[in-house]
Design a protein around this ligand. Structure first.
Ligand code: C2E
Ligand code: MG
Ligand code: MG
Length: 652
């Protein structure tokens, strides 16, 4: 009990501990520091005015030495305050200073009490009243200045009041005795006031700290992606803006990169969203491990990540970083009972080289990333100045395409597909062309992607398909049509329904139609692709996987699609004679298609040598400039007549 009272009483005279109440210590230090000049000014003025009434009456050591020593000490404290003003010491240092203040307060209070009481015997009643006035007024002023530092205020007041009480109680003057009796009451009131004020101060500091913590947490949450714990889109753009604002002064380059995982959607579709989340978390961790200082990794949403590189890295260093990230992200992801392997495409853009504002820098990095995804999946690339004119030209294509008369300007060309085992032309692939009055003949590679992006692909596909089916009506019954579908058609049941309706409305037997879909479109939404392929097959159409070998899909995934054919990409044929790897790839693709019971068309055969190599490897269905470039409807018909029914010798 006694120990408890002692502990509580002690708490009133000491500074709180640094871990328990760091905010209170910091706040006490701040408020008290502001009061120091006022407090010492009052002390010095009061002391010197008291001295002035005792000059000549009291000995020199009381009227000169003591006040001078006191003044010097006060000045020393004031100089210390002046030097340290504006600085924000750590909580430990602030606490040390406050403990020091308690000690100084005790020493000064004892000194002032001893000094003023020593003057007492040298003065008359009026002078003695001045001493009482000095002690009371100085005490009150100091306590007000120390109000937020409860311990020091208590020490000063108790020392002054005890001195006052003991001294004046034994005085001869009755009014002095009355003042002494009055003092304990005043003391209680003052101590209570200090106590209430100090509590109020601590409560408001605690409330402010709580609010600061909440708003700090809100800020953190607002800037953090809650799945991966990485900075989010908002923080990324804020940091990008800051980095670009400060870059010119520091003469630095700032690079932004956009990263996404190729084929990520199929992880969600095949293994569920929890597995997808696991992959994203792991992607974030791998990126973070590769990222060094001054590289901010953030998740923008979905499987889109971004990085901000803030130093003077050369293009080569950025590409090295990108390559390292691609390599790390291409390692298998462990999903407990299975593993998945994905790839990442990364596009960088650098300020000030190719963009002056954050939005443009991001858009250009995104463009570089998109370009990578289309042409060099699983790699990193840098946005180049040449791509600025590419963007301009694609903007122009977009504008003209929007207002074009699609029904008039878009039509299919036809490229023959030959079965070299029988020496007969068996099908044509329809390849759309846009004959624009403003832009001339535009290749599909330049407008299909744009049409997909701006939502015109549906209309264009319908026009091209209807025209192609009309052309088929003039072909012999055994000649088939291959028609390319875009990602839009296989990932939307409505769009696919419209394609199927066009086929149903035409007099052509659906078994004469092969729809070609690309691996990229399949991987964008594996589940939907499976359903779409099944629907097309049910109607009787064939389904071919176009550009096979360029993507990263696993064979197990492709096996679940009810395909009828694969088309080996042209890129392997171009290097078939010179590159052993291409030779081996074509060989294994042909074997694979055979094993999977699929027919296989080899695309892009241009020369006799290429044709011979493909034939030697067992490839029988061939398409390419070797036989013919894509032809107009009339020219295709003529070619067909010549090839299958004419005297033209095509197979050497
Ligand atoms: P694809 O379906 O792989 O078509 C083959 C492309 O390779 C065609 O280019 C064709 O002209 C070209 N090609 C064929 N043989 C050779 C050869 O021996 N050497 C060379 N250098 N090239 C050859 P094209 O007509 O420019 O079409 C490009 C791509 O645009 C097509 O690739 C297809 O994916 C897409 N596409 C074309 N028409 C349509 C369409 O109506 N709808 C959709 N969604 N995509 C289409
Ligand atoms: Mg095709
Ligand atoms: Mg192809």
């Amino acid at each position: 009990m006694l120990a408890q009272v002692y502990r509580r009483a002690r708490a009133y005279f000491s500074v709180p501990s640094a871990h328990e109440e760091p905010d209170i210590i910091a706040a006490q230090y701040e408020v008290f520091s502001r009061q120091i000049p006022l407090m010492y000014s009052v002390l010095l003025i009061n002391a010197w005015i008291l001295v002035s009434t005792f000059f000549g009456d009291a000995p020199w050591w009381l009227t000169v030495l003591c006040p001078v020593v006191f003044t010097l000490i006060s000045f020393k404290r004031l100089v210390g305050w002046w030097r340290g003003r504006g600085s924000q010491p750590s909580v430990e240092v602030a606490r040390k200073n406050l403990i020091g203040t308690n000690r100084v307060a005790l020493a000064m209070a004892l000194f002032l009490v001893a000094w003023s009481i020593s003057l007492y015997h040298y003065g008359n009643v009026a002078q003695q009243s001045h001493i009482a006035f000095f002690m009371a007024v100085t005490g009150v002023c100091v306590v007000i200045c120390l109000m937020h530092l409860r311990s020091a205020a208590f020490i000063v007041w108790l020392v002054i009041c005890s001195g006052f009480f003991v001294h004046y109680l034994s005085a001869e003057e009755a009014s002095f005795v009355a003042m002494a009796i009055n003092m304990p009451f005043v003391t209680m009131a003052v101590l209570l006031m200090v106590h209430v004020q100090a509590n109020h101060f601590s409560n408001s500091v605690a409330a402010r700290s709580r609010m600061e913590a909440v708003s700090h947490e809100n800020l953190r949450l607002a800037n953090t992606d809650n799945l991966t714990g990485l900075p989010n889109r908002r923080m990324f753009f804020a940091e990008l803006g800051r980095a670009m604002r400060t870059a010119p002064e520091a003469n630095k380059r700032v690079a932004a990169a956009v990263i996404d995982m190729d084929g990520f959607k199929s992880v969600n579709d095949l293994y569920g969203h929890a597995a997808g989340d696991e992959v994203l978390i792991e992607v974030g961790q791998r990126l973070r491990r590769v990222a060094k200082d001054k590289v901010l990794v953030s998740r923008l949403g979905g499987d889109e990540f971004a990085i901000l590189v803030e130093d003077e890295s050369s293009d080569a260093a950025l590409l090295r970083l990108g390559k390292e990230m691609c390599a790390k992200l291409s390692a298998p992801f462990d999903l407990g009972d299975t593993t998945v392997t994905l790839s990442a495409s990364i596009g960088f853009a650098v300020h000030p080289d190719v963009a002056q504002c954050p939005r443009t820098l991001y858009e250009r990095a995104d463009y570089a990333h998109y370009d990578c995804k289309r042409h060099r999946r699983g790699t990193a690339a840098l946005f180049s100045k040449e791509q600025i004119s590419e963007i301009k030209s694609s903007k122009r294509i977009e504008t003209v395409l929007r207002s074009a008369d699609h029904a008039m300007e878009i039509f299919p060309y036809f490229q023959p597909i030959v079965d070299v085992s029988s020496g007969r032309l068996i099908a044509f692939e329809a390849l759309s062309r846009w004959e624009s009055p403003e832009l001339g003949c535009v290749a599909p590679g330049s407008f299909i992607g744009i049409a997909e992006r701006i939502g015109l692909i549906g209309a264009i596909t319908h026009i091209s398909l209807k025209k192609a089916l009309e052309a088929v009506e003039n072909w012999p019954e055994d000649i088939c049509l291959s028609f390319n579908l875009s990602a839009h058609e296989i990932s939307s049941s409505d769009a696919l329904g419209q394609i199927m309706a066009i086929v149903r409305e035409s007099p052509i037997d659906p078994r004469r139609i092969d729809f070609e879909i690309t691996e990229t479109a399949v991987m964008a939404d594996m589940m939907r692709a499976e359903t779409s392929v099944r629907a097309l097959r049910k109607m009787g159409c064939g389904v071919a996987l176009d550009d096979f070998g360029t993507g990263y899909s696993s064979l197990t995934q492709l096996h679940s699609l009810a395909l009828t054919k694969i088309k080996v990409d042209r890129s392997f044929i171009t290097k078939i004679e010179s590159t052993t790897a291409s030779f081996k790839i074509v060989k294994s693709l042909l074997t694979l298609s055979k094993d999977m019971g699929l027919s296989c068309v080899v695309e892009g055969v241009e020369s006799e040598v290429e044709r011979a190599v493909v034939e030697q490897l067992g490839g029988t269905l061939i398409q390419g400039y070797y036989f013919s470039k894509p032809l107009t409807e009339a020219a295709a018909l003529e070619f067909l007549q010549d090839y299958n029914f004419g005297s033209r010798e095509l197979v050497a």
